[in-house]
Design a protein around this ligand. Sequence first.
Ligand code: UDX
Length: 442
Amino acid sequence: MNLTVIGTGYVGLVSGTCFAEMGNRVTCVDIDSKKIENLEKGIIPIYEPGLEAMVSRNVQNKTLHFSTDLSANLDKCDIAFIAVGTPMGQDGSADLQYVLQVAKEIGTSMQHPLIVVDKSTVPVGTADKVKATIQEALDKRGLAIDFEVVSNPEFLKEGDAISDFMKPDRVVIGADNDEAAKKMRTLYSPFFRSSVDRLIQMDVRSAEMTKYVANAMLATKISFMNEIANICELVGADVNKVRIGIGSDSRIGYSFIYPGSGYGGSCFPKDVKALKKTAEEHGYTAQLINSVEEVNNKQKFVIAQKVVNRFGEDLTGKTFAVWGLAFKPETDDMREAPAIYVIKELVKRGASIQAYDPKAMEEAQHFYLKDIKEVSYCNSKYETLKNADAMILLTEWKEFRSPDFEELKVQLNAPIIFDGRNQYNDALMKERGFEYYQIGKK
Ligand code: UDX
């Protein structure tokens, strides 16, 4: 099929590239000409394992193209995916201006029947708005061209996006028209190698809702466990054991119940807020969803509080080694990363930070921690330890999992570790001679 993907951000670039890998002819369109120029050269703006190689391969094979010209590409395409950003507006709702701008442009330039797919995460009712916007533009041109708006939310995890796309758990298609649904099924059928049909078809509004509910459910699991961790600590229980104890119940399961320093990233914080806002707009107060957010906001400070409890309110003259800046491993993304909150809290109290992350250092230096001169960046995890009063682990990168603990002891002023991701065994840490603080255990 001929596909146009509008927006070369995380979702658009991964989706477009994976569709091309499956043999479709894909053009990824973006208004940012510098970005398009770079992509044509194989320079990709994000770190995502496997993506760069896949982009290069498909550019070479001529299955993947990049362009700034939407109208020229709409001419040749069967399906157009809207994958532009839906940032959080000031009131917490998703800002649809970019989605609707694209819809208007589609209506202004389309020449033949088209399926328009909402791939961006958009609140319930957006497909109707996109439809109305396209129709309005067509009416202005005095044209009657058939088009359908389909919802096809993405469920990609950063760091695993390629495999999530190529081997999906499910593909949700919201379509109120059978022909459009059939075409989407044809497009996705090569992605289901097993005989299990993982394409779930439903109406447009339910598909739009599914995306938010999936993220809100996962965020709820995390906040629930973080709250339990805090209670465990008070009552003298060990959340790591409790986690295993409850996960063994197949109705609960082991995944997404790891306590830590709170969830971050581009999706959970934004989508939880937007769902709450949608409920509000319909006169409903979403108490549980609201609490999920509140618990998470507090959780980001738990590890900083432990540092304060140990070293005192005034951290002037203290230096801390921070391992991990990204909101999770295998990404350079620092959006809503706990590290931002922890570092700012410690610096506010007079501390200096020596930080290291395998991928997110540039993001930190040039954007998220740009104005904080108390943070210095190191070339390795061990370099952060020199003259530091303690190590604080904030992202569970594999390379932090079994470090040379002797080296930590030699380098740190004192053998003290604050672990915001519960990566180490506390009995072993005690044996190794560390003062070890973690989440959910005194
Ligand atoms: C998420 C969804 O998983 C994905 O389906 C959706 O499309 C986009 O949002 P992502 O933001 O890439 O993906 O991150 P994910 O791996 O889901 O982790 C989210 C956050 O939860 C991270 O901050 C992670 O550290 C945290 N987390 C995850 C926990 O604190 N505990 C857990 O048990 C699992």
